[in-house]
Write a protein of this length. Structure first.
Ligand code: ATP
Length: 597
C-alpha cells in the first residue's frame, strides 16, 4: 500500500485520486485516519466502520470534503475559522439566507383557532376543590430588535418560532409548540437545522402583543384576586429576552382592568429582591428600615417595613406603576446598561370591604438567567450577584417542579422547599400542598429569537415546558375531601358549624357572613372573635384549624381515594391480627421443635 503522505493533497482540488491505487476500503480508512490525526485529532474517533460503510464507493468525495472543511493535509485551518456546530471555512452567519428558508419551512402555514380558556379551565379543577394550585406554562419569543437587524453578518436572524397547535388528547387538552431550529453546517458543507419541539399551554410569537398575552393569561388571575384568592404571573428567561417588556406591559394592562370595583379596596406595593436583600421601591421614607419577610407561627406570611399604597382608581395605580418602573430602570442602568439584576415584584391586593377577605395578584419580573458565557467578564461583585440570582432561580424551579409533581395522582409525601428562599416564601400559597387559599400561577418563559442565543433558548424551553400540568391531568380524579373546610360552600359551612356548636354560635348565618369555606379558612383569628365573641369565636377558630391540619395530613390511596379514620382503624386491627397469627405460628413451631429434641 502506498504511504498516505505520498498521496498528499496539498490543496482542495489537487492530487485527490478519483480512482486511486488505494481503492480498497482499508487503504482509504488508513488515509482518512492519517488525515484526521494530522488536521483534526479531536475527531479521530469518527473514523470507524459506520463512517466507512456510509461513504463506501465515495471515499474520494469524503476526502475532498475534509480538505475543504479542515484544510489541506498538514496545514489545518485555525480553529477560529471553523463554524460552531461543525461548519467548515464558512460560519453559520454565512448561510443566513438558506437557514432562514429552512426555519420558515418548519413553521406551519395555517394554525387552527386558539383555545382561549386554558387558565380558566385549570381554575375549574380548583373550583371543584380537587386542586389548590395550578400552573399554566407559556413561552414567548420576542421579535428581532431594530439594532440587531442592522448588524451585518453574524447570527442575528430568528431560529426560535411558534409551531403547531397540537390535537387534543385526554391528558393534553390543549397544547402549543415552540420550535428551536439549531443551525448547523454538515460535513458536506451544506447548512441544515436541527429542530427541537417544546410543548406549552401557549406559545406566543413575535407578533403577539402584551395586550393579547394579558387577555389570555392575566385576566383570569384578576378574577382570582377579586374572589379573595391568589394569582401569580412571572417572567423567566435569559437576559435581554423580553421579561421586563412583558411584565411591564401586563402591569399597564392591569391598570385598565376590572380590578377597581365597588366595595373593594386596592393597594399596590413594589419590591426588588436580590438574595436576602429586599428593597421597597416605593418607600417614601428614605430612612426606612430594611424590608423583612417571615412566616408567623400560624403559617401566615408577614412582611415588615413595606410601604402599602392605596389606589383609589386606575390613574393612581398607573402613577405608582410608572414610578416603580422608572426606579427599577434607573437601578438597572447604574449597574448594567442592559440588565435587571434583581427580581421585581409588583403586588396588587384587593380587599373586600364587607368581608375583609383580601385577594392578591403578584406580577414578578425575574432577574435574567445567565450562562457561564454571559458572565465570563463579570467582576467579583457581579459574579456574587449572578450567583444569588441563579440560586434563587434554581430554587424557584425546584419548587414548581416539586409542586407540579405533587399534583400527579399517587404522589404523596413530596417536599416543596419554598422556605429556602425569600421569593418562594413570599408566594408560599402557590407551593403549599393543600393550601386553603387557591392559586393560579402563570409562568411566562421568554426567549430570544436569535441564532446566537439558540443554545440558551433551548435550555430555557427544555426546562420550563415540563413544569406544566395539563388541565385535568393533575389530581383530577381525587376524591373530594368533604371534611376539608376549604371545600365547603356557604351552606355547607353553616351546616357544619351548626352541627358542631349548635346554638352556641347564635345566628350561624351572621357568623358565616356569606363566606365560603375557603374564605373562612383565610380569616385571621381576630375576625372569628368579632363574629362569635371571645370564647365561642376562639373555639370555632381552633376547630377550623384542627380540620384544616387534619385535611393536610389526610392519607390517600394511589387511585386518589381518601383513607378515612375507619379505614385506618381497620388497617391497624388487620396488622395486629397478622402479628398475632405469626406469633401463634411460631409458638406452634417451637412446641414441635421442643418435642423433637
Ligand atoms: N415583544 C417585544 N416587542 C418589542 N420589543 C421587545 C419585546 N420584547 C423585548 N423587547 C425589547 O428587547 C429589549 C430587551 O428586553 P427586556 O429588557 O424586556 O429584557 P429582559 O429579559 O427583561 O432583560 P434583563 O433580564 O436583562 O432585564 C428591550 O429593548 C425591549 O424593549
Amino acid at each position: 500500500m502506498e504511504d498516505p503522505q505520498t498521496l498528499n493533497a496539498t490543496g482542495a482540488d489537487e492530487n485527490v485520486p478519483c480512482n486511486p491505487d488505494v481503492a480498497d476500503s482499508e487503504a482509504w480508512r488508513l488515509k482518512i485516519f492519517e488525515y484526521y490525526k494530522t488536521n483534526q485529532p479531536s475527531k479521530i474517533k469518527m473514523v470507524n466502520s459506520k463512517m466507512m460503510e456510509k461513504w463506501a464507493g465515495k471515499y474520494d468525495v469524503l476526502y475532498q470534503n475534509l480538505i475543504k472543511k479542515y484544510g489541506p493535509l498538514g496545514k489545518p485551518l485555525p480553529v477560529s475559522s471553523l463554524a460552531p456546530g461543525g461548519g467548515g471555512k464558512k460560519s453559520i452567519g454565512d448561510f443566513k439566507d438558506s437557514i432562514v428558508k429552512l426555519v420558515a419551512k418548519a413553521v406551519p402555514e395555517h394554525l387552527p383557532e386558539r383555545n382561549v380558556g386554558v387558565v380558566k379551565a385549570k381554575a375549574e379543577v380548583q373550583a371543584n376543590g380537587l386542586e389548590t394550585s395550578t400552573f399554566t406554562v407559556c413561552s414567548r419569543v420576542r421579535p428581532i430588535l431594530p439594532h440587531e437587524l442592522e448588524q451585518e453578518g453574524g447570527e442575528n436572524f430568528a431560529v426560535v418560532v411558534p409551531g403547531q397547535r397540537i390535537d387534543p388528547t385526554p391528558s393534553k387538552p390543549y397544547t402549543e409548540e415552540m420550535l428551536a431550529c439549531t443551525p448547523k453546517v454538515g460535513i458536506t458543507g451544506k447548512p441544515k437545522v436541527e429542530t427541537s419541539r417544546f410543548e406549552f399551554d401557549y406559545a406566543f410569537g413575535p407578533d403577539s402583543t402584551n395586550s393579547d398575552i394579558y387577555k389570555l393569561t392575566t385576566e383570569p388571575l384578576v378574577e382570582r384576586c377579586l374572589n379573595g384568592q391568589c394569582g401569580v404571573i412571572f417572567a423567566y428567561g435569559q437576559t435581554g429576552s423580553g421579561k421586563t417588556h412583558t411584565m411591564n406591559g401586563i402591569m399597564d394592562e392591569l391598570c385598565e382592568s376590572d380590578i377597581f370595583k365597588e366595595g373593594s379596596e386596592v393597594d399596590f406595593t413594589y419590591l426588588e429582591m436580590l438574595g436576602a436583600d429586599i428593597k421597597d421601591c416605593l418607600a417614601t421614607d428614605p430612612k426606612a428600615k430594611p424590608v423583612a419577610i417571615g412566616e408567623a407561627l400560624d403559617g401566615r406570611i408577614l412582611t415588615r417595613n413595606v410601604s402599602v399604597h392605596p389606589c383609589a382608581d386606575s390613574s393612581a395605580l398607573k402613577a405608582l406603576v410608572s414610578r416603580a418602573k422608572s426606579l427599577r430602570a434607573t437601578a438597572a442602568t447604574e449597574k448594567n446598561a442592559a440588565s435587571s439584576r434583581a427580581h421585581g415584584i409588583g403586588i396588587i391586593s384587593c380587599k373586600d370591604v364587607e368581608t375583609g377577605v383580601t385577594g392578591k395578584l403578584y406580577v414578578i419580573d425575574l432577574a435574567g438567567s445567565e450562562s457561564a458565557k454571559d458572565s465570563k467578564k463579570h467582576d467579583s461583585k457581579r459574579m456574587a450577584e449572578t450567583k444569588q440570582i441563579n440560586l434563587s432561580l434554581s430554587n424557584l424551579k425546584e419548587c414548581i417542579r416539586a409542586r407540579t409533581m405533587a399534583s400527579e395522582p399517587g404522589m404523596g409525601g413530596i417536599h416543596v422547599p419554598y422556605r429556602r428562599n425569600k421569593l418562594t416564601l413570599l408566594i408560599k400559597d402557590v407551593f403549599e400542598i393543600g393550601c386553603p387559599r387557591i392559586c393560579s400561577t402563570v409562568v411566562m418563559t421568554n426567549v430570544s429569537p436569535l441564532a446566537s442565543d439558540v443554545a440558551h433558548s433551548c435550555n430555557t424551553l427544555k426546562y420550563s415546558g415540563p413544569l406544566r400540568v395539563a388541565v385535568g391531568k393533575g389530581k383530577g380524579n381525587l376524591q373530594k375531601d368533604e371534611e376539608d373546610p376549604a371545600n365547603w360552600t356557604v351552606q355547607e359551612a353553616e351546616a357544619r358549624i351548626t352541627d358542631a356548636f349548635g346554638s352556641e354560635v347564635g345566628d350561624v348565618k351572621a357568623f358565616v357572613g356569606g363566606l365560603s369555606g375557603v374564605q373562612l379558612c383565610s380569616l385571621p383569628e381576630k375576625d372569628y372573635l368579632v363574629r362569635g365573641g371571645n370564647e365561642v369565636g376562639k373555639k370555632v377558630y381552633l376547630w377550623m384549624w384542627a380540620l384544616i391540619s387534619d385535611a393536610k395530613t389526610r392519607r390517600r390511596r394511589d387511585d386518589g381515594t381518601i383513607i378515612t379514620k375507619e379505614d385506618e382503624e381497620k388497617e391497624r386491627l388487620e396488622l395486629i391480627r397478622q402479628k398475632e397469627e405469626k406469633a401463634a405460628l411460631w409458638a406452634e413451631r417451637e412446641k414441635h421443635l421442643r418435642k423433637e429434641f
